[in-house]
Design a protein around this ligand. Sequence first.
Ligand code: FES
Length: 574
Amino acid sequence: MAENKTLRSTQWFGRRDKNGYMYRTWMKNQGTPADMFDGRPVIGICNTWSDLTPCNGHFRELAEWVKRGVYEAGGFPLEFPVLSTGESQMRPTAMLFRNLAAMDVEESIRANPLDGIVLLMGCDKTTPSLLMGAASCDLPTIGLSGGPMLTGRYKGKELGSGTGIWQMTEEMRAGRMSYEEFTATESCMHRSKGHCMTMGTASTMASMVEALGMSLTGCAAIPAVDARRNTYAQLTGRRIVQMVKEDLVMSKILTRGAFENAIRTNAAIGGSTNAVIHLLAIAGRMGVELDLADWDRIGSEISCIVDMQPSGRHLMEDFYYAGGLPAVMKELHDAGLLDTGALTVSGETIGEAVKDAECWNRDVIFPYDKPFKPASGIAVLKGNLAPNGAVIKPSAASPHLLVHRGRAVVFSSIEDFRARINDEALDIDETCIMVLQNCGPKGYPGMAEVGNMPLPPKVLRKGITDMVRISDARMSGTAYGTVVLHTAPEAAAGGPLAVVRDGDIISLDVPNRTLTLEITDAELATRLKDWTAPPLPERGYVRLYVEHVMGADKGADLDFLVGKSGTPVLRDSH
Ligand code: FES
């Protein structure tokens, strides 16, 4: 057996002693031939397949294509499961478990005889959790997204994941759509394998993986059922074996320049606000300096050049046929807005990877000098209501509400909101500002996607479709509206949001990046002095989470998980 001291796995499979025997013999119960233990790179395929995560339901098949590529390149693939966080099913919110899944990924990698990692990612939180966990290990690692679903269609009209639900729900609440017709669209919206096909969080994060250089270029937009998704899986398997030989570890790719490229790309695609939290958390694991203000400084003046739901009209299939993310990054490249020297997993720079990309449909991907929505990257607001910041996605907001002053109507929880919003006696009109408290990381707990509160029926009946809404919650990447999110510190951590009262006047000024509660400093201090913290959950992971989760402005990671520990070979107990 050839010993290769440079590979971690050799310290399991390459040993010429009793323990080496033990490590190999149990693996042979699967029929593994002896030459798989000859010092070749061992590749872990980190799989988030689960029947409870329908967006990742095809991942066992996808993993087989990765294995094919690994074998072809002379590696030994070993697939392993990690906690799969299905966005559509998990309560109270999949985000509560992102950090738990990241711990699972990190410890699974470190504990096992692995030299390189392929991350199979799709549904929203399965992407950041895998990147976070793998970043703390810093092995050669490559991302493979599962691809978006085909375009939803109902009665000849396109139906986008999530976005279509928000729109139809408002139609139903306004009395313009029946419940029967609403449910008739269920099997039309999600009709193939894959993740949400709007530019929601899953498509955004797949795009972020590609923009960061963490996947093969061109990977993000390929529909899940397109044969080229399997081709990319196979090529990913081939490539990771070479990455191990080149010692191309994650920290060589996830540089400050890579994150800046991702922030600009997020603006250009009209990406989800959730990317803010996830990229901050990934950077924190990697030890890259990145803060909330960077999002505004680097991304807010970048124009959105992709006309996709929820900011626009099209869906991921159209995006892929138009050229996908390489065509977007080519526009940024030509506009001088890319760090072209940032390395990708392929070994070439991002500049080399996208410089020859072509756009095939200018209805979907616009030229950078004739954008879909100019200067519309995520804006970061500050003020006495959000001392540590809050975010808004101007591309999904109503332009006439970006500067607005109004009377606060306050809901202390999402349950309080649901109990009162349909009450015709609720003292609210379209000029008011809806305020939702206690939905942040500690407060919900888990920071639910409830920031895009539905409007009161009496406002909807007037034909009004947007109002200013402020919360410490997140918003689904498929949602839209003039919605201020991630207000920090959150209410449950004693942030000023906790002490807003009905009738307070709030002013929002997105061009000047301010969010102001119009009360005196003395009044605010008095109210905060009287505030009491909610009780901690009694036990279990949720207790650990609430005690240690950081604010949204820090990526909502657990404080003791920030940074990386690499992959020291741990003691063995045999
Ligand atoms: Fe899985 Fe949207 S529910 S990506």
